[in-house]
Unconditional design. Structure first.
Lengths: 567, 359, 329
C-alpha cells in the first residue's frame, strides 16, 4: 500500500477545530461580550459613566480586596483538605475507603446555601452540637459571620472538588516510580514530597484553579455569612447594586462582572504558566501503585478521617433531616412533634417540586454529558496542538463560571430575549435557555480536569494509533477518551452535582414548567417555609445517593478510575 | 515495499538546528541503521519520516510518493508505515489482541480475517496464548514483541524502529536481534533502525548512517564504516577509534601510504586521493596495537590502568610523546605489568582520515 | 316612514345595541396575561387561581422570584428591548416609584379606588397598594424582656441580640429606613445606636424569621405576617412609634400586550373579592372595610408610620450609602 494524499484527514481536523472555536465562542465569549457591551454602551449609546463611577468608588476596591482574601483563603483550605484526603485515600491501606469517599463527596449533593445554613445552626445559640462537646454556645454574634467563617465554609464546600481532581490524577501513578524512590532510600514522606506531588502537579493545579474560581464567584455562602458581618465581596456587591434600583444598574453590574472576570483570567494565566515549562508525562503502562502501609498509624488516621467526615460533612446532613421532620421552624423535635408532613407536601402536594426534580436531573445529566464531549477534543487542541485561536478564546472559558449566576442569567436574557436570528426559535422562558447557561457556566469544570489528564499522558500512545491509520475522531474515541476517562468522569460528576443544586442562574430564567430544584428551594426559604426547604433538600440528597449507588452496579463495564468511590 | 528518499531536509526548533541538510536514500528492502549519540537528531529524523513533525525545507518521499515538503504534508495516518516506539506505546486499556488488531480494525478488516491475522502476527513473535493479557502484566521483552506484532500486522511498506532494544537485558537483546534479522530476511521489508548502540547497528544493518549534531556524517556498510571512517567523529564513535595526529610521508595512489606517528613509521590505509601532508589524522583500532619487546621499534607508552574483561584485559596507556593521549588495546590474560610500567606499542595498521569527508 | 326617519331609527337602534354590548365586551378580557411577582409562592398561586375564577378567559403566566431577581429580569428585558411582563405585583412602593420615574408604568385612571386609603396608591394612578404589610418586632418566646418600641431596641439590655433586614438587599427594609430616618424621634441617630448595640443586618425577612425562630437572635424587626404564617413562636409587637408599612402594589407595564386583561387584574386585586382573598391569606387588606385577618386581636389599632414614598424614592440611594457607611461595608 502506498501513502495517499488524502484530503479527508486534514478536513476532519480543521472542521473539528473550527467547530470547537464556534462552540466555545458561543458559550463563553458571547455572554461576556454582551455584558461588556452593556457596560460601555448601555441602551446603544457609548458612555463611560458606569465605568468611572464603579472604578472610582472605594467600595469597589474594598470588595475586590475582600474577594481576593476569601478566594485565596478558601482555595488554600480546600486544597489542604482535598489533597490530604485524596493522598490518604489513594495511596494508603486504610479500610472502608469507598464508603469514606462517598461521604466525602456528600456535601456537594447539598445546595450550598442549605449547607451554610446547617453550619450556622451548628455554631449558633440553638446548636445541638456545641453542648454535646462541652462548649457553651454564646448568645452573641455567631462566629461564622466573619471572613474566617466564610473561608472555613468555602474551604469545606470546595474540598471535594480538589479531591476528585487529584484522585483521578493519582490513578495514573505507576508503581515503579514510587518503588524507585523507596529503593533509593527515601522514606514514604520524602517519596511523597519529591516524586508523587511533583508528578501530580497538573491535577493539583487544576484543582487549585477550579477552587479559586469557585470561591471567587461564590455568592450563596458570601451572602449568608458576609452580609450580617458587613463583609462585602464582589458577588454580593453586584447583588446589592441590583437591589439598589438606581438607573444604569445593568451597566454598573456589567463593569463589576468584568472586574471579576479579570481576576479569574489572571489566575488562569498563572496556571498555564506553571504547567507549561515542565514535563509531567507518565509513560509506563504498569500497574497502579500498591498502597503505603500505615501500620501503627492506620487506626489514628482512620479515626481522624471518619471524625472529620462525621463532624464536618455528615452532621449538617443530619441537621437538615432533623429540620425536615418538624412541623414548623422553631418547634423542638420530639417523638410527638415529628412528622412526615413536609415530605408529603413536597412530593404530592406541590406539582412544581416534582417537576423541578425531574427538570434539574435531566438538565444536569445533559449538561454533564455534553460538556465532557466538548471538553475532550477541546483539551486535545489546547494541550497537544496548541492552536492559537483556540488558546486565546479558551482564556474566557472561566468567565461564565466566575461571574455571579444572576449576571450570567442577565447576559442570557439580553442575548436570547428576541428569537434567534435565522431560525426564528425563541429560547426565552424555556428549559433550553437554562441549559445554555449551564453549558456556558460549567464548561470549565469539565475542561480543567481533562486538561490535566492530557498533561499526564504520553503522546506516543496517540502517535502509535496515528501510525495504525486512525484519523482524529477515531483516535479521540478509541484511544484518548479511555485514557482520560477518570478525569472526564470526575468533571462530569462535578458538573452534575453543581448543576443539580444550582440556584442563582435559574432564579431569573425559570418559567412555569421549567422550574429547577434551586428555584423551588429558594422560594420555600424566602417564603418562610424552611421546613419544606429542608424536606426538599433531604430528598435531593437521598435521590442523588441512590443514583450514585446505582452506578456501582454499572461499575464493572466502566474503565477503571471512572467512579471515584470504587477502586 | 518501498524505498525512502530524504533530500536535503532541514529542521529548526527556534534557533536550534536539529537537522542540517540531511540527505540519504534507502533502497527498497534495505535494512538501514541510523546511528548516533543522544541528541544527534536521529529521533527528530524519525519523526519527520513518520510525519509527526513538518520539515522546514527539503523533501521526503516514500516509494514514488512525496510525503513531506514545505507545502505538502501527508499526515502519519496516511503514510502506511509501521513504527515500534522506544516505550512500545502499548495501549493500557486494551488487551494484547486488541492492541495488535487496532490497525486492522481501522482499515475496516473484519473477523474472521482480522483474528486470523492477529493470531498469525502473535505466532510470528512467539506470543501465542498471550492474546487476552493486558500490557501492564507483560515483561519488557514481551511488550517489545507485542509492539512488533502490532507494527507488522498491517504489512506496512516501511518499518521504523526507535531504539527498540534499549530497555532489554543482554540476553534478550541478542535473541531479539536474531528476531529482527530473521524477519528482515523473510519479508524483505524496508527497515529503518534508530539506535545509539553500534554493536546492534553493525550486526543488523545493510548500511549505517552516522549522525551527529543534526548532520549526517557518513552512510556506508558496517565494514566500510569500521575500516574507513569519514571523519574524526565517526572514527571515535565507531569501535572506539583512537584518532592520533600523523604526518603523511608518501602515498602510493592505490590506498596505501606511509605515515609518521610520534616518530614511529607506520604503513596505513588511506583514500586513493590522499596527498602527503604534514598535518593529518589517523584512526587506529585497538586491534591495530600490540605490545612489543622494549627493544623493538614502536611508540613508547606508560600503562595507565588495566581492566579485566573476562579472559582478557583492556589496557589503557599514555603515549610518552603525547601524555594527554590515551590509547587502548586488548591483551590476553594473564597480564602482569602494573600501572605506571613502561611499554612499547607497535602499530600495525590505521586509516588516514580524509581531509574532507566524502560520502 | 320616510327615509330620514328610518335612518335615524337604525342609528338609534345601533347606538343602543352598541351601548348594551359595550360593557358586555369589556367584561370578558381574554388571552394571555404575564405576571411578575415577588409574593411568596403560595400567595401567588392562590391569587392567580382566584383571579381565573372571575376571569376564566385569561391565561396567566407567573414568574415568581425575589424582588431583586424580578427587577434584574425586568432590567434585562428593558435593555434587550422586549419586556414580557404585563402586570407587576411587587413587595414595596419604592420599587414601583423607580419604575414609574423611568416611565415604565401605564397609568390606569379609571381604577376603582373606593374604600382605599389615599396614601396607598400613586397620585398618578400608576400603581395601587393591595395590602397593608406592617413591620413589627418579633420576639423569641424563650426570652422574658419585651421591648415596647423601636427605640427600646437600642437599649443596652438588648445588646447583641437584635437582627433586622438589610435595606441594601430588601425593598421593604429600604422603605423602613427611608421612613424612620425622617422622623425626629428616630432619625439616623437611631441606626447609629443600633450599630453600637451590635445589631446585625441580614439579607431579607426570611433570614430574620429563621434567626428569631431558631433562637439565634432573640429579637428581630420583621414583616409581621410571616411570623404568624409560620405557626412558630415569636408574636409580633406593634411598636409605640407606629409601624412602617409596605403595600405590595400592583401596576401595569406600559409595554403590556394585553391592556384589557391587565386592567382586569388590577380591578380584581382592588375589588372586595380580591381584598377578602388577601384577608384569608393572612394579610391586613388595603380596603379596611372587608375585614381583618383572624390572627389580629380584635380591636387592635394599627398605627402606620406615614411614608412620603416619593421622598423616600428620591433619597433612596443616598440613604443606602449612608446606611452602608454606618454598618460598615
Amino acid at each position: 500500500m502506498h501513502p495517499t494524499a488524502d484530503l479527508r484527514g486534514p478536513f476532519e481536523d480543521h472542521a473539528l477545530l473550527w467547530g470547537l472555536v464556534f462552540v466555545v465562542g458561543i458559550l463563553s465569549v458571547l455572554p461576556l461580550a454582551r455584558l461588556v457591551l452593556e457596560a460601555v454602551a448601555p441602551g446603544g449609546e457609548w458612555s463611560a459613566q458606569a465605568l468611572t463611577r464603579v472604578l472610582s468608588s472605594s467600595t469597589t476596591w474594598t470588595a475586590t480586596g475582600h474577594s481576593l482574601v476569601t478566594a485565596l483563603g478558601g482555595t488554600l483550605l480546600a486544597v489542604a483538605i482535598g489533597a490530604v484526603v485524596a493522598l490518604i485515600v489513594s495511596l494508603t491501606d486504610i479500610r472502608g475507603r469507598n464508603a469514606f469517599v462517598f461521604c466525602f463527596v456528600l456535601p456537594m449533593m447539598i445546595a450550598p446555601q442549605v449547607l451554610a445554613l446547617a453550619w450556622l445552626q451548628l455554631f449558633g445559640p440553638s446548636s445541638p452540637l456545641l453542648p454535646m462537646i462541652g462548649v457553651a454556645p454564646s448568645p452573641g454574634k455567631n462566629p461564622l459571620y466573619s471572613p474566617e467563617g466564610i473561608i472555613l465554609v468555602l474551604g469545606i464546600q470546595y474540598a471535594p472538588l480538589v479531591f476528585l481532581t487529584l484522585r483521578a490524577g493519582l490513578r495514573a501513578l505507576p508503581r515503579e516510580l514510587i518503588e524507585a524512590g523507596l529503593a533509593g532510600g527515601a522514606g514514604p514522606l520524602t517519596v511523597l514530597r519529591t516524586v508523587v506531588l511533583p508528578l501530580m502537579t497538573p491535577p493539583l493545579v487544576a484543582g487549585v484553579a477550579l477552587s479559586f474560581v469557585s470561591c471567587l464567584g461564590n455568592f450563596g455562602i458570601a451572602a449568608l455569612l458576609g452580609i450580617p458581618a458587613n463583609y462585602l465581596v464582589l458577588p454580593t456587591l453586584i447583588y446589592q447594586r441590583l437591589a439598589g434600583l438606581g438607573p444604569g444598574v445593568l451597566s454598573e453590574v456589567s463593569v463589576l462582572s468584568t472586574l471579576i472576570g479579570f481576576i479569574a483570567v489572571t489566575g488562569l494565566l498563572l496556571q498555564d504558566l506553571m504547567l507549561r515549562r515542565r514535563d509531567f508525562r507518565i509513560s509506563t503502562a504498569s500497574c497502579v501503585a500498591r498502597p503505603f502501609e500505615l501500620r501503627r498509624w492506620r487506626l489514628p488516621v482512620e479515626a481522624a478521617l471518619w471524625t472529620f467526615s462525621i463532624l464536618v460533612l455528615t452532621l449538617p446532613l443530619i441537621a437538615l433531616v432533623l429540620a425536615s421532620l418538624v412541623p414548623a421552624v422553631g418547634v423542638p423535635l420530639t417523638v410527638k412533634t415529628a412528622t412526615l408532613g413536609n415530605y408529603d407536601f413536597v412530593l404530592f402536594g406541590h406539582d412544581a417540586a416534582k417537576r423541578a426534580l425531574i427538570n434539574s436531573f435531566t438538565l444536569s445529566t445533559i449538561a454533564a454529558i455534553v460538556i465532557v464531549l466538548i471538553a475532550v477534543p477541546l483539551a486535545y487542541f489546547l494541550v497537544w496542538r496548541r492552536s492559537r485561536p483556540l488558546t486565546m478564546i479558551s482564556l474566557l472559558i472561566e468567565m461564565p463560571y466566575a461571574l455571579p449566576g444572576v449576571v450570567l442569567a442577565i447576559a442570557a436574557i439580553l442575548l436570547f430575549l428576541k428569537p434567534l436570528p435565522l431560525v426564528g426559535l425563541s429560547l426565552y422562558n424555556t428549559v433550553w435557555i437554562i441549559l445554555f447557561c449551564y453549558l456556558a457556566r460549567f464548561l470549565v469544570l469539565g475542561l480543567r480536569p481533562v486538561i490535566s489528564a492530557y498533561y499526564q499522558i504520553d503522546r506516543t500512545l496517540e502517535e502509535a494509533s496515528q501510525i495504525a491509520g486512525a484519523r482524529l475522531l477515531r483516535r479521540l474515541r478509541t484511544i484518548i477518551l479511555p485514557l482520560v476517562a477518570p478525569a472526564a468522569s470526575a468533571g462530569a460528576l462535578l458538573i452534575f452535582l453543581m448543576a443539580f443544586n444550582e440556584l442563582t442562574v435559574s432564579a431569573l430564567l425559570w418559567s412555569s414548567g421549567a422550574e429547577t430544584l434551586g428555584v423551588i428551594l429558594f422560594s420555600f426559604q424566602q417564603g418562610g417555609d424552611s421546613t419544606y426547604a429542608a424536606a426538599l433538600g433531604a430528598l435531593t440528597v437521598f435521590v442523588t445517593t441512590a443514583l450514585m449507588l446505582l452506578t456501582l452496579f454499572m461499575a464493572a463495564k466502566l474503565p477503571p478510575g471512572v467512579l471515584p468511590w470504587r477502586d | 515495499m518501498a524505498r525512502l528518499t530524504i533530500d536535503r531536509v532541514n529542521k529548526w526548533f527556534g534557533a536550534f538546528r536539529a537537522l542540517d541538510n540531511v540527505s540519504v536514500e534507502v533502497a527498497n528492502g534495505e535494512f538501514m541503521a541510523i546511528l548516533g549519540p543522544s541528541g544527534c537528531g536521529k529521533t527528530t529524523l524519525l519523526r519527520q519520516i513518520a510525519g509527526f513533525d513538518k520539515v522546514d525545507s527539503g523533501r521526503i518521499a516514500i516509494g514514488d510518493t512525496v510525503v513531506s515538503t514545505v507545502q505538502l504534508h501527508i499526515p502519519p495516518e496516511r503514510r502506511h508505515i509501521g513504527i515500534v516506539f522506544q516505550s512500545y506505546a502499548l495501549w493500557p486499556h486494551m488487551t494484547v489482541a486488541e492492541n495488535v488488531a487496532y490497525g486492522l480494525a481501522v482499515a475496516g478488516i473484519k473477523n474472521p480475517e482480522r483474528s486470523r491475522r492477529v493470531a498469525a502476527a502473535l505466532t510470528l513473535v512467539e506470543l501465542d496464548g498471550f492474546a487476552e493479557r493486558r500490557p501492564a502484566l507483560l515483561s519488557g521483552g514481551q511488550r517489545q514483541r507485542v509492539a512488533l506484532a502490532r507494527c507488522l500486522v498491517t504489512e506496512p511498506s516501511l518499518v521504523l524502529l526507535d531504539e527498540p532494544l534499549a530497555n532489554l537485558d543482554v540476553h534478550l537483546r541478542a535473541s531479539m536481534e536474531d528476531e529482527f534479522a530473521r524477519f528482515h530476511a523473510r519479508t524483505g521489508t524496508t527497515m529503518i533502525y534508530i539506535t545509539h548502540d553500534q554493536a546492534e547497528a553493525m550486526a543488523l544493518a545493510d548500511r549505517i548512517a552516522v549522525m551527529d549534531k543534526g548532520r549526517l556524517l557518513q552512510v556506508a556498510t558496517p565494514s566500510q564504516l569500521y575500516r574507513e571512517p569519514a571523519d574524526q567523529t565517526v572514527a571515535e564513535f565507531i569501535g572506539e577509534g583512537m584518532v592520533l595526529p600523523v604526518e603523511v610521508r608518501s602515498v602510493d595512489g592505490a590506498g596505501t601510504c606511509h605515515v609518521d606517528l610520534y616518530g614511529h613509521r607506520v604503513r596505513m590505509r588511506c583514500a586513493v586521493s590522499q596527498k602527503p601532508t604534514p598535518a593529518a589524522r589517523a584512526c587506529l583500532r585497538s586491534r591495530d596495537l600490540r605490545i612489543v619487546l622494549p627493544a623493538a621499534s614502536g611508540m613508547g607508552a606508560r600503562i595507565d590502568h588495566a581492566i579485566y574483561q573476562g579472559g582478557h584485559f583492556r589496557l589503557e596507556a599514555r603515549v610518552d610523546a603525547a601524555p594527554e593521549m590515551l590509547v587502548h588495546l586488548a591483551v590476553p590474560e594473564p597480564f602482569l605489568l602494573a600501572p605506571g610500567a613502561a611499554i612499547k606499542l607497535d602499530v600495525a595498521d590505521g586509516w588516514v582520515i580524509p581531509a574532507v569527508a566524502e560520502h | 316612514m320616510n327615509i330620514a326617519l328610518r335612518h335615524s331609527f337604525f342609528l338609534i337602534a345601533g347606538l343602543v345595541a352598541g351601548i348594551a354590548a359595550g360593557p358586555a365586551a369589556a367584561q370578558a378580557p381574554a388571552g394571555k396575561l404575564v405576571l411578575y411577582t415577588s409574593q411568596p409562592e403560595r400567595d401567588a398561586a392562590q391569587t392567580v387561581s382566584a383571579f381565573r375564577k372571575v376571569y376564566p378567559g385569561v391565561d396567566v403566566d407567573v414568574f415568581r422570584s425575589g424582588t431583586t431577581e424580578v427587577m434584574g429580569k425586568l432590567a434585562a428585558e428593558f435593555a434587550g428591548g422586549q419586556a414580557r411582563a404585563d402586570v407587576l405585583l411587587l413587595a414595596d412602593a419604592a420599587t414601583m416609584e423607580s419604575l414609574k420615574r423611568a416611565g415604565r408604568l401605564l397609568p390606569y385612571p379609571d381604577a376603582k379606588l373606593a374604600g382605599l386609603e389615599p396614601g396607598s396608591y400613586d397620585v398618578d394612578k400608576t400603581y395601587f397598594g393591595s395590602k397593608l404589610i406592617t413591620t413589627g418586632i418579633a420576639v423569641n418566646t424563650s426570652v422574658k424582656a419585651r421591648p415596647a418600641s423601636f427605640a427600646d431596641l437600642a437599649k443596652p439590655e438588648y445588646k447583641a441580640q437584635m437582627t433586622m433586614p438589610s435595606p441594601l438587599y430588601s425593598g421593604a427594609a429600604a422603605i423602613m429606613l427611608g421612613t424612620m430616618t425622617t422622623r425626629a424621634d428616630l432619625g439616623w441617630g437611631y441606626f447609629e445606636k443600633l450599630k453600637a448595640a451590635d445589631a446585625i443586618a441580614v439579607r431579607g425577612n426570611g433570614a430574620v424569621l429563621a434567626a428569631v425562630a431558631n433562637g439565634e437572635k432573640s429579637y428581630g424587626i420583621l414583616v409581621d405576617f410571616m411570623a404568624f404564617n409560620a405557626k412558630a413562636k415569636g408574636s409580633p409587637i406593634f411598636p409605640a412609634e407606629g409601624s412602617p408599612a409596605v403595600t405590595e402594589p400592583v401596576a401595569i407595564l406600559k409595554t403590556t400586550q394585553n391592556a384589557a386583561a391587565a386592567r382586569a387584574f388590577v380591578d380584581f386585586i382592588l375589588s372586595d373579592e380580591g381584598q377578602k382573598l388577601a384577608v384569608s391569606m393572612g394579610y391586613i387588606p388595603a380596603k379596611a372595610a372587608v375585614g381583618m385577618p383572624s390572627w389580629l386581636p380584635a380591636g387592635t389599632k394599627i398605627v402606620v408610620m406615614p411614608t412620603d414614598i416619593s421622598r423616600v424614592a428620591e433619597a433612596n440611594s443616598a440613604n443606602l450609602k449612608r446606611f452602608a457607611e454606618i454598618f460598615g461595608n
